[in-house]
Design a protein around this ligand. Structure first.
Ligand SMILES: [Zn+2]
Length: 266
């Protein structure tokens, strides 16, 4: 989510405009607030290639009761190892329960998320080591609306937040609608986490260039392919439409992969 990189407006202004443009329909959960670390996609090349950073640490903090699903973490590792060129190794640290406890039903503003990150994030990029930071909270986003819940968001150049309540509610909705046809618990979370990873890596057309045009004209920085994990519905409550229809995408498509490879990834 966001306006084209060619825009000369400062990123915060662009993000606010983008949020205002998109919110009435559904919030895609993909804007940057951390000016000190840039916006989502600003470090895509650095994460993908080994020219500046040869090693990666993934630091994960969670609120009590909001630990990541094993399936989501496994999917994260597979995608990082498949597409990021890090010959020095990838270390996904065991998630630690350090996020201030607000409990289920809480609504987190991005200012609160940023503030929590500032107080508990241990690692930042250093030497040849890049760092991806992921925070899991129980509640939802203050940007949630009746028409759009945010399941996850990339909110700085190196930070992702995941909203467990909203992911759980989509899972419950799915089990009520399709008792036999739902993805397994953890699969929706995995799709959201990989989607946010894609935003951090600069997809789509938001930090790394497109090899072939595949940006959705109606949802900037998302894929026009509903079978790509970068389709806009994946990290919103609208993901239920995908699950009920053609199925939940959990992988990058050929165009996403081509963009990552051209930007120095594998
Ligand atoms: Zn998105």
């Amino acid at each position: 989510m966001g306006l084209p990189p060619s825009s000369r407006l400062p990123r915060v202004t662009r993000s606010l405009i983008a949020a205002i443009l998109v919110l009435p329909v559904a919030f895609s959960g993909c804007f940057g607030i951390g000016e000190t670390e840039g916006g989502p996609g600003d470090w895509g090349r650095e994460f993908l290639s080994d020219s500046d950073y040869t090693r990666l640490i993934v630091e994960i903090d969670h609120e009590q009761g909001a630990a990541p699903a094993d399936e989501a973490l496994a999917g994260l590792r597979t995608n990082i190892e498949s597409f990021l060129r890090k010959p020095g190794g990838v270390e996904i640290r065991t998630p630690t329960s350090e996020v201030p406890n607000k409990g289920q039903g809480a609504k987190w503003s991005f200012a609160q998320i940023r503030s929590a990150e500032d107080s508990i994030r241990d690692e930042t990029k250093d030497g040849k080591t890049a760092v991806l930071y992921i925070m899991y909270v129980n509640g939802g986003s203050s940007e949630d609306s009746d028409s759009g819940r945010v399941l996850g968001a990339a909110y700085s150049g190196s930070s992702i937040v995941m909203f467990k309540d909203n992911i759980r509610s989509v899972q419950n909705q799915c089990f009520n609608l399709l008792p036999l046809g739902c993805p397994s618990p953890g699969t929706i979370e995995k799709a959201v986490l990989i989607h946010e990873l894609g935003h951090i890596l600069g997809l789509v057309n938001n930090g790394i260039p497109m090899v072939e045009p595949h940006e959705d004209p109606d949802h900037s920085h998302h894929s026009d392919n509903p079978d790509s994990v970068m389709y806009w519905k994946v990290d919103t409550g609208s993901v239920i439409d995908l699950i009920r229809g053609r199925g939940l995408p959990t992988e990058f498509d050929a165009n996403d992969k081509a963009d990552m490879r051209a930007a120095g990834g594998k």
